[in-house]
Design a protein around this ligand. Structure first.
Ligand code: CA
Length: 224
């Protein structure tokens, strides 16, 4: 990514630029808001790292201005330690994310990766579907036959795992690992309990049953 670091502390700005370049990005520095406006106007940057305290202006206002002129330009704000209001103001001013100083550089890289991934998916919602069932991984909305179905977070995750593994028989252990991130003692029936909850919501009132039991092996969502 081409990243503009707007930061008046030269040492920090230089450190950030070097780190970003080592991570494979292209980085430039603007030491004040006036310079940053000139550079952003070139349209060559994919991301801004923007400090709040600048010698010739307030980063929040600058963020607002940039978001007005370039709504799609992602901005990560650097706020001051412990200033909770800064976080709120930062997000209110349209920032995509914020980091509280002092921060670990690896944390900044992680936030940048999140924004990169978001860009790659083009902000498009990811819809998983089978027959008349749809699951939107972004909005977390599930519908069957166009009617919304209210699921708990766990049921949602369970359904998502089935949709990502269509026609694959999943053992209880696999399901437990994917949905709960842990290994269950073999004695527990929590998976069966949740499958039952889910069936009651997505299958019970429909003629075509999506989740099927494979005796002695587990469960499968069949599409054929
Ligand atoms: Ca500053």
């Amino acid at each position: 990514m081409k990243i503009l670091v707007v930061e008046d502390e030269l040492n920090l700005a230089t450190f950030l630029k070097r780190g970003l370049e080592e991570a494979g990005h292209v980085a430039e520095i603007a030491l004040d808001s006036k310079t940053s406006k000139v550079l952003v106007a070139t349209g060559k940057f994919d991301l801004l790292v923007l400090d709040v305290m600048l010698p010739d202006g307030n980063g929040f206002q600058l963020c607002k201005d940039f978001k007005f002129l370039h709504p799609k330009l992602p901005i990560i704000m650097l706020t001051s330690l412990g200033a909770t209001n800064d976080k709120v103001t930062g997000l209110d001013s349209g920032a995509d994310d914020y980091l509280v100083k002092p921060f670990q550089f690896s944390e900044l890289l992680a936030r940048i990766r999140v924004i990169e991934r978001r860009n790659e998916s083009g902000l498009k919602p990811v819809i998983l579907e089978v027959y008349d069932l749809k699951l939107d991984t972004d909005s977390k909305i599930v519908t069957r036959g166009g009617h919304p179905i209210a699921l708990t977070a766990r049921e949602f995750k369970l359904l998502q795992v089935f949709l990502e593994n269509k026609n694959k028989v999943l053992s209880r252990l696999e399901i437990a690992e994917k949905v709960w991130d842990i290994n269950f003692d073999t004695g527990t029936n929590v998976v069966d309990v949740y499958i039952n909850y889910l069936r009651n919501k997505i299958d019970k009132e429909f003629k075509l049953k999506l989740i099927q039991t494979v005796v002695g092996m587990g469960y499968v969502l069949r599409t054929e």
